[in-house]
Write a protein that binds this ligand. Sequence first.
Ligand code: SF4
Length: 448
Amino acid sequence: MNIKLIAPHDQRDSFLSVPFKFRRVNLPLLAALTPPDHNVTIVEEVVSPDDINQDVDLVGITVLTELASRAYDIAHVYRRKGVKVVMGGVHPTVLPEEALEHADTVVVGEAESVWPRLLSDAAKGQMQRLYRADTFTNLKGLPWPLRDILPMRSFLPIPVGIETTRGCPYGCEFCCIGKTMGHQYRTRPVPEVIAEIESIDSPYIFFIDDAIGLNRTTAKELFTKMIPLKRRWVGQTTVSLAEDLELLKLMKRSGCMGLLIGFESVQKATQDHLRKLHSLKIDFSEAMRRFHGEGISIIGSFVFGFDYEDSDVFEQTFNFIMNSRIDCVQMTMFIPLPGTQLYNRLVGENRLFVHDWWLRGYPHDTLLFRPKNMTPYKLINGVRRLRQQTYSFGGILKRFFGMNPLKRTMLGCQAYTGTNLLARKLYRKRQRITQPFGESCHLTNSIQ
Ligand code: SF4
């Protein structure tokens, strides 16, 4: 069969997707698991448009909630041509019934264990409607993703995605990783990861793990063995890693340039309700001193709209950002993702403005729920003002000196400037976009 795997994109700007078109892992991994008698191509819409006139027998679409609408449009085009469509990924895993309205077949859970069987059934014309992975994938012995078939045009030569872990034990209320990848933190054997890194012809790596380094023993082994490989890498993790100075030093020596850290909230009342933060043994400011002390840049992520926060949160967050000189900052109102405890709770409390917002094409930054301790406008305007302050030219310049400039490489300086100017442009552009409240627009007078 000719199989086409598609990663949809709606071409709307997102915080970091523009400069960093990371070479992803999930579709190349499926390609590697495909028997050699099939022919696989990959389409990354973020890189280049799909050619729907190509001769294909089966289309597989990976679906994130934010891109579900785009994924369904693609599916309709192919199905009208008589091509069978399979959907998998986070969104079909949490909402399989909805995905089944748009696809011939849906994969629920991690696809590795069902993909070969699905292809065998498809080749015989006997594909089932639903393939459900009964267990989470054992990461030992996974094949290396077939990266050579990824579309290359306009990919920067920077980060090649590598996966070292899956799952997360924390179960944050707003996150669906626990549901889609499990609460058990699974790690790939370090020798397998090292061998894969050695096989990659790029000095730059992006660890795609949702939270790298949570198993500190394995992480220390990995970073120690990476030192002689002389790669540079970025990844995402939790602030708790700063508790372990030995780990931070190993990360730096292994080539860590920067981390995306989910600080989420500076307010204690909110932190106490986030499992990943309430047992933290270090405060945020000390954590930032340690990261910067090792020469590791930080993209700090903050989410607003928690039930326990009050309107002081904006000023307190700004003070932390500037005092700690966080290199780059992501500030969003939280998004009630289906499949999360938060989504279910907000539905139960009748606080979601619209239940299936992902099908409605709302702009980024649309407030989708009714906050508890402040008015919607206070929340929206608080986030707006915080972005303006953080990304004023003075703010960008001041934050640059959070890390000793001598610890920044030339590439680090370029990355700092590039990401900050891009974030400034993006946030200013979004500021001009009106923010409807979905189907409750008529409520605007009553929610001010
Ligand atoms: S720590 Fe990160 S990955 Fe884990 S549940 Fe919380 S938000 Fe999700």
